[in-house]
Design a protein. Structure first.
Length: 424
């Protein structure tokens, strides 16, 4: 695994100049495994890079100065879930008998490890393993397919249940939320239904209900708050109680609707039907839009929202040139695009806009063969972000050039960090 730092570097034409950059050379298959987390002080942060077979925790100051790197040879021992409030993280590994779960502190030192030797519920062969933690006391629910095992913040076994798997045709548990009254909300989904379980502290059922959803991910979105479930389906956003009562319902006109939660508040992101502009809305408890933020062009696509406690990052791809959004219908063509990032305050005000390096791709579709070659290396996606010490830090997927003319370019793909001062 190679690391590099490029302080005070410039960018391509039309892009936003960054104050510093830092990156890790990886394969594009490993892009989704890169993560940012808070540091132990207000002036630094953690960058967790996953390039099999190694995993590394980078401790970095807000000005891009590398403090230290901790490398772990076991790729499977990487953190998979972070408590962004405390810096606590969790990972799992598989043994010959079952599952081993580990909690790490903010410095990635092991606090405790639990395995099937200590907790019999970890015994077995599980195809789906997920973590859900409490922000306040670090309680952890590990879902193994549809089984639920709850551990205390100290790693002590509390309780377990297979009530969801025994009552539904769900294959896995999709969402879990710890509530202030010690109860728990869990959601699972089948092809056509979303099923909600409100559970007590011992994982016994208090309430349950189901509602129709689409089997296509772009047509359904849902989030949990401290007292409600918000669901988008069939051009409508609905607010449900835990028992399934509908508090309100509002119709929407946007496409590719996605729902998010920030500090208990509902946020809705979509593309406008006619203009394709990315539209972000904050919706209050009564279903009234408090504010709206819009950005983009007719060629904007793939809008998503990254959420933290204090701010928001709206990010999307803008097509600069090319035959259209659906390149698979063309025999050959080139698409050139930039990734645009808008850092917003909690009340929807723009703090800073960042345009990342342009990327261009040559598409070929003929005789049943479809291929693509990057002809202009650049950022293809913003994966994560942090605001540290008045600095916006973006973690991006940077795709290298695969083909330029007739010569291959061996420059690697990379997980790229860039820092931008908010004081300018």
């Amino acid at each position: 695994m190679l690391f590099f730092t490029l302080p005070l570097s410039g960018c391509g034409a039309g892009t936003t100049k960054y104050d510093w950059s830092y990156g890790v050379n990886i394969s594009n298959e490993q892009f989704e495994n890169q993560t940012l987390s808070i540091g132990e002080s207000p002036s630094n942060f953690r960058f967790f890079s996953y390039g099999s077979p190694n995993y590394a925790a980078h401790n970095i100051l807000s000005d891009g100065t590398l403090i230290s790197i901790k490398t772990i040879g076991n790729y499977n021992a990487r953190p998979r879930t972070f408590n962004q409030t405390t810096g606590i993280s969790y990972d799992y590994g598989t043994t010959s008998l079952g599952v081993e779960v580990t909690q790490h502190d903010i410095n990635n030192e092991v606090i405790w490890t639990r395995s099937e030797n200590e907790i019999s519920s970890f015994l077995g062969d599980f195809s789906s393993i997920r973590f859900f933690h409490s922000d306040s006391d670090n309680k952890l629910i590990t879902t193994l397919n549809t089984d639920m095992i709850m551990l205390s913040g100290d790693g002590d076994y509390m309780t377990s249940s297979d009530i969801i798997g025994s009552n539904t045709d769900c294959n896995s548990i999709d969402r879990v939320k710890f509530l202030s009254d010690e109860s728990i909300l869990a959601l699972c989904k089948s092809d056509s239904q979303l099923i909600s379980y409100h559970l007590d502290s011992e994982l016994n059922i208090l309430d349950t209900f189901s509602t129709a959803i689409s089997p296509f991910s772009t047509q359904t979105s849902y989030v949990l708050s401290s007292d409600s479930i918000y669901l988008y389906y069939d051009q409508t956003i609905k607010k449900y109680s835990y028992s399934g009562d509908i508090h309100w319902s509002i119709e929407t006109t946007g496409k590719y609707q996605k729902l998010y939660m920030q500090n208990g508040t509902l946020l809705s992101l979509s593309h406008e039907q006619d203009t394709n502009i990315a539209t972000l809305q904050k919706i209050d408890d009564s279903g009234v839009v408090e504010w709206k933020y819009q950005s983009g062009t007719l060629q904007s696509q793939d809008a998503k929202l990254l959420v933290s406690e204090h701010d928001l990052l709206l990010t999307y791809k803008d097509i600069l040139s090319g035959f259209g959004l659906d390149t698979s219908t063309h025999e050959i063509g080139t698409i050139s695009s930039v990734t645009k990032n808008h850092l917003l305050s909690n009340d929807g005000k723009l703090i800073k806009q960042v345009v990342s390096d342009k990327e261009a791709t040559l598409y070929a579709n003929f005789f049943g063969y479809f291929g693509k070659f990057v002809t202009d290396a650049g950022v293809v996606n913003t994966r994560d972000y942090l605001v540290v010490d008045s600095t916006l830090i973006l973690l991006s997927d940077y795709l290298s050039t695969d083909l330029v003319g007739d010569e291959a370019d061996n420059s690697p793909n990379r997980a790229l960090l860039t820092g931008y001062s908010l004081n300018e």
